[in-house]
Design a protein around this ligand. Structure first.
Ligand code: PEP
Ligand code: MG
Length: 837
């Protein structure tokens, strides 16, 4: 066939039944890590060329040969599995490197019986190794004879090709030891992919004689790389060197595994029968009682066939987009609340949803006549199988993340919402729950969850610990035979599910549960009252919100106001800027939701790494040290003017307080104050809102006294203040444990800020994450902070904390903390002086 448009039909190089890669009994080939292609279980003894081309590589051991077809596709023909170990015995190569061959020419002959007896399988592969340029579509999946049409190769469109730059010949190599706990599982693999995608070059990891593209999380997991294993990295393209350095850094920096630090000790299930008790493994601690509710997975109806291929492809594409959109929302939410584990887990899900190995297999299956639902389900099953075969329990557990994506995409395809509603206080039993099930159940207020399968290091377990939902895994199939509705006791700490608790035991557990609930209820019942310390110092407990809906939650939880409304939510992820009216409505909605309470609205804090489509900015070498926050607004005065105008049109203005991010000098504040005064005059207003300054860089803390002279209040952003004081990226996975705002250097800056503000009678708040840490409450009060802006569900807890403190004693002890040697020492001292309940 001519090579017009780089299309090519490959003919069968062997005779025998055809298999998709997913059915090849070899994890690496099956995962697509080596590239896209097809397999044949051969019945003949000679391998033939599938097209005209040049022999570009011949395996020393004679079991494989690579051709470059005339359209540029590079084709690996690999005879049998693990045949490299035969060291050439039984093979005779009939061609040499550099030879030109024609379609149907014999390439290698082998002794069928001898090779078949000594290798894992004769299943042979035809793989496109430069798959970034080409796509393969099987023509048949039935048996073929040598020379019959087998595979359709088409060139990818230019937009589908990454790394197609002029300097593709620059290739660099490096090697590194993997630092990630548990090896290269889903979250670190997603980090590697994210790093690689920041460059034009194409990058691969090589391990144990196999390779995988850094674009594929599945492929990377398929290499089954353990912690501390030595891997090779190759990068090819114009920015290869930079890509290599970035990848080496990612691979050698252990991701912060916060969850491991708090993971309960894992108890091996002892199956010693105890009547009426199922033994399992503790995945999240706790002791609860409640009615058992059974949750079953989604069942697919039979596929009747007869589908329109294009329509099914389109349905799958739409479902995938829908689920990606949902996951992005979860991610934004997790990011806003700085739930790092949740963020890492769902980022990995997003990467899996775009994985070429998963998508290609599903689309091939649709092309062969399957419905989108069944194609997606099969593709997931095949990859789950790959993960299970790798021999790593941790990677086997990641199959659950794939099952999560199966469920979500199937729900989108079938047009089903979450089909389960579970009563609050129930104990949910399931074969295995997925991460998104867990988020959903936790939001519904379940008392605990237990699973027949699953592991204590799974993503569900991590989320359960984060949400405080007691969780037992690996209880065995007996769990699923239990009658729903029966009262059970979930003793996660003891690894036990008590199926027939006595009335006395139930009462005992329910009482303990009730005490905890009562404490929470008591905190909530007092959450609407002001918080005062024992010695009468009033501390305002406000909430951080990002929308009017969250403001509603803040009020319901007793917040004294909004301490920080991040306005970026209005500006990001859209093609055009919100106009003055849209902004005004959004801000007014938050003010309305807060009743009579004050709302602090921060002006836009984008720039750096948060880009806006409609405001192109030059790329920055160091985004967090670049044009961000108020600096960006000063360069684009029209943006800030519009926002100030919108803010000035909200009512009542005395409840609307404006906060400026990333201020580093007094002139910035004075400039904006002038602008605000001019707009107040222009709009003919009789009052003007208060204007505050965020203290989130050391320069601002050091100049607090001067800033306070011209500002109405100061609000400390401990997230950025930690980053800029400690010179540690606040999002650096490997440094997460060290970016601790209780570092004595930060405490000094906070003390200095409060002292500076006091000279001018201004109040100081904290709106960074430290405000939500109950261990830090006495220190902040002691240093002079009078407002804490926390996440809405924590308002009651932090108010309760305040009411048990003596501000005078906090002041005396906090002064001493400034002299301590580390954040860890400060934390320890806090535990001693002000133990948590
Ligand atoms: C901070 O830096 O502490 C802060 C509250 O702002 P953001 O987290 O939005 O940067
Ligand atoms: Mg900040």
């Amino acid at each position: 066939m001519p090579n017009n448009n780089k299309e090519l039909i490959l003919s069968a190089p062997l005779s025998g039944p055809v298999l998709t890669l997913a059915h090849v009994p070899d994890a690496v080939f099956a995962s697509g890590a080596m590239g896209d292609g097809i397999a044949i279980d051969p019945l003949n003894d000679t391998l033939y060329a599938p097209c005209d081309g040049e022999v570009i590589h011949v395996a020393r051991t004679g079991h494989a040969v690579t051709l470059r077809a005339d359209n540029g596709a590079e084709l690996l023909l690999h005879l049998g599995l693990d045949t490299v170990e035969l060291q050439g015995d039984g093979f005779s190569m009939l061609v040499k490197e550099g030879a030109r061959v024609s379609n149907g020419q014999a390439l290698l002959r082998y002794d069928v019986d001898s090779v078949a007896q000594r290798c894992k399988s004769l299943v042979s592969l035809l793989i496109i190794t430069n798959g970034e340029h080409f796509q393969a579509r099987p023509i048949t999946l039935k048996g073929v004879k040598v020379g019959e049409p087998l595979l359709h190769i088409v060139a990818k469109r230019p937009g589908e090709i990454r790394g197609n730059d002029a300097d593709m010949d620059i290739e660099v190599f490096g090697q590194i030891r993997i630092a990630h706990r548990g090896g290269l599982h889903a979250r670190p693999a997603a980090l590697v992919r994210q790093t690689a995608q920041g460059f034009k070059s194409r990058s691969h990891l090589h391990f144990g004689g196999r390779s995988a593209s850094c674009d594929s999380v599945m492929g990377l997991m398929g290499l089954a790389i353990n912690e501390q294993a030595q891997v090779h990295v190759s990068c090819r393209g114009s920015d290869a060197e930079a890509a290599l350095q970035a990848l080496l850094a990612t691979l050698s920096t252990a991701a912060a595994e916060n969850d491991h630090a708090h993971a309960p000790p894992v108890k091996a299930p002892s199956r010693a029968a105890e009547d009426g008790v199922l033994q399992g493994v503790c995945a999240a601690p706790g002791l609860v009682a409640g009615p058992l509710v059974r949750l079953d997975g989604l069942q697919l109806p039979d596929d009747d066939g007869g589908h329109d291929i294009e329509e099914q492809r389109q349905r799958l594409r739409q479902a995938l987009e829908h689920v990606s959109g949902d996951i992005r929302l979860t991610l934004e939410n997790a990011k806003a609340r700085r739930h790092d584990n949740e963020q890492a887990i769902f980022s990995a899900h997003l990467a899996l949803l775009e994985d070429p190995a998963l998508l290609d297999a599903a689309y091939v299956s649709i092309d062969q006549g399957d419905a989108a639902t069944h194609a997606w389900s099969r593709s997931i099953d095949a990859q789950c199988q790959v993960l299970r075969q790798l021999g790593s329990p941790l990677l086997a557990e990641r199959a659950n993340d794939l099952r999560d994506l199966r469920q979500r995409v199937l729900r989108a395809l079938l047009g089903e919402a979450w089909q389960f509603e579970v009563p609050a206080g129930a104990i949910v039993a399931a074969q295995e729950l997925t991460p998104s099930d867990l988020l959903h159940l936790s939001a519904q207020g379940v008392a605990g969850v237990c699973m027949a399968e699953g592991g204590a290091t799974s993503h569900v377990a991590i989320l359960a610990r984060g949400k405080g939902v007691p969780c037992l895994v690996a209880l065995g199939d007996a769990l699923l035979a239990q009658a729903p509705g029966q009262s059970v006791v979930l003793d996660a700490d003891g690894g036990r599910l008590e199926l027939a608790p006595t009335a006395e035991r139930l009462t005992q557990v329910q009482q303990a549960q009730a005490r905890r609930a009562a404490l929470r209820a008591q905190q909530q019942s007092l959450a609407h009252a002001p918080a005062r310390t024992i010695d009468g110092v009033g501390i305002e407990i406000a909430a951080n919100v990002a929308s009017s809906a969250e403001a509603g939650q803040a009020v319901a939880n007793g917040a004294d106001g909004v301490g920080l409304l991040r306005t970026e939510f209005l500006f990001v992820d859209r093609r055009t800027a919100p106009d003055e009216q849209e902004q005004c409505q959004a801000y007014q909605a938050v003010l309305d939701a807060m009743g009579e309470k004050p709302v602090i609205i921060r002006t836009i804090d984008v720039g750096g790494d948060k880009q806006l489509d409609y405001l192109p900015l030059p790329a920055e070498a160091n985004p967090v040290l670049g044009l961000r926050g108020i600096r960006l607004a000063l360069v684009h005065p029209e943006l800030l003017d519009q926002q100030l105008r919108a803010l000035l049109q909200t009512r009542p203005l005395h409840r609307c307080r404006i906060l400026l991010p990333m201020v580093t000098e007094v002139d910035e504040l004075l400039h904006i104050r002038q602008r605000l005064d001019a707009l107040v005059a222009e709009l003919d207003l009789s009052e003007r809102p208060q204007l505050g300054v965020m203290i989130e860089v050391p320069a601002a803390a050091l100049l607090a006294e001067q800033l306070a002279e011209h500002a109405d209040f100061l609000s400390i952003g401990t997230n950025d203040l930690s980053q800029y004081t400690l010179a540690m990226d606040r999002d650096h996975a490997g440094l997460a444990a060290r970016v601790d705002a209780l570092h004595p250097a930060l405490l000094l800056l906070i003390a200095q800020t409060c002292a500076g503000a006091a000279k001018h009678g201004r109040w100081v708040g904290v709106c960074g994450a430290l405000a939500s840490d109950p261990l830090a409450t006495p220190v902040l009060i002691g240093l002079g902070v009078r407002e804490l802006s926390v996440s809405p569900p924590q308002v009651g807890e932090i108010k309760d904390r305040v009411r048990h403190l003596d501000a005078g004693q906090c002041r005396r002890v906090s002064t001493d903390l400034l002299n301590l040697a580390s954040a860890a020492a400060v934390r320890q001292a806090c535990h001693q002086h002000w133990p948590l309940g």
